[in-house]
Design a binder for this molecule. Sequence first.
Ligand SMILES: Nc1ncnc2c1ncn2[C@@H]1O[C@H](COP(=O)(O)OP(=O)(O)OP(=O)(O)O)[C@@H](O)[C@H]1O
Ligand SMILES: Nc1ccn([C@H]2C[C@H](O)[C@@H](COP(=O)(O)O)O2)c(=O)n1
Length: 278
Amino acid sequence: MAAALLSLPGFCRPLGRHHACTPRLLMRTFIVAIDGPAASGKSTTAKRVARTLGYNYIDSGSIYRAITLKALAQGLDLTREADRQRLDGLAHTCQVDTQAQFDGDTLRVVTYLDGQDVTDAIRTLAVNRGVSEVAKAPEVRQAVLQIQRRMAGYKREGSETTTDKLSTTDLVMDGRDIGTSVFPQAELKVYLEADATVRAQRRYEEMQRQAMTKKENGSTLPTYDEVLRDLQARDAADVNRTHSPLRRAPDAVVIDSTNLTIDQQVSKIVELAQSRMA
Ligand SMILES: Nc1ncnc2c1ncn2[C@@H]1O[C@H](COP(=O)(O)OP(=O)(O)OP(=O)(O)O)[C@@H](O)[C@H]1O
Ligand SMILES: Nc1ccn([C@H]2C[C@H](O)[C@@H](COP(=O)(O)O)O2)c(=O)n1
């Protein structure tokens, strides 16, 4: 009953932070939902917003990526009906968790799949290419919805899985359907977008930087054109799928980051959150 009440829009909305006298079960968290197309800056921005506000952060894409990694490791071919059914079972039984941790001044997110750290393994080209197919399966989305709400609940309840350096109550979550399906009652919804060529250039440069840091051979990296094609294909799959497609929630604030710096887009969201809390 309490859970049902908590999911009602506007129920027990606190003034700013929670009232000291509010019973714990009836406290509402302040949720910032950030959605948008691939490489629009969601996770970079969400992490900084979370760090500035002292909120928890959940990267919902990493959950879909972890399930994709497991499906690939088990050799599933999602064009086959039998394998799609196995995917359903896999999504409902695998254990995915993410933890936001401070690395110096930076908020780093570690992703666990069945207890293993898969933070780097979920960012490969193979996962990039498979994730859209996995994310469009309704059974997977249902399983991920449960994982997302459980994770947010953990933070709310202040369970031991919550990193103790962060607030245990409020939350920033980014993805494709956070403001529309996962937390339609979120206090602040942002739709972050940018021109596709700018997004591809940023992603391409990010890959170059990461390869240099890891001293990898740059010749294995995709070209700018490949990055752009991959990004456009993922956007099209996210927008056109039947279940929880990428959409701007009607009450979302649109921020186009094409001509913004990261600091500017973070400040805009922090200001919006603070003004809504007040
Ligand atoms: N305003 C900006 N100016 C320059 N670079 C930016 C800006 N916003 C984000 N970036 C850079 O763009 C790249 C993509 O950002 P990020 O990974 O946060 O996107 P995303 O939306 O979370 O992507 P995905 O959906 O694919 O996970 C990163 O290298 C990030 O540093
Ligand atoms: N809420 C979400 C989050 C992610 N996805 C799918 C679609 C994306 O292409 C993929 C990877 O996400 P990313 O790590 O690039 O943010 O996961 C989704 O359908 N819904």
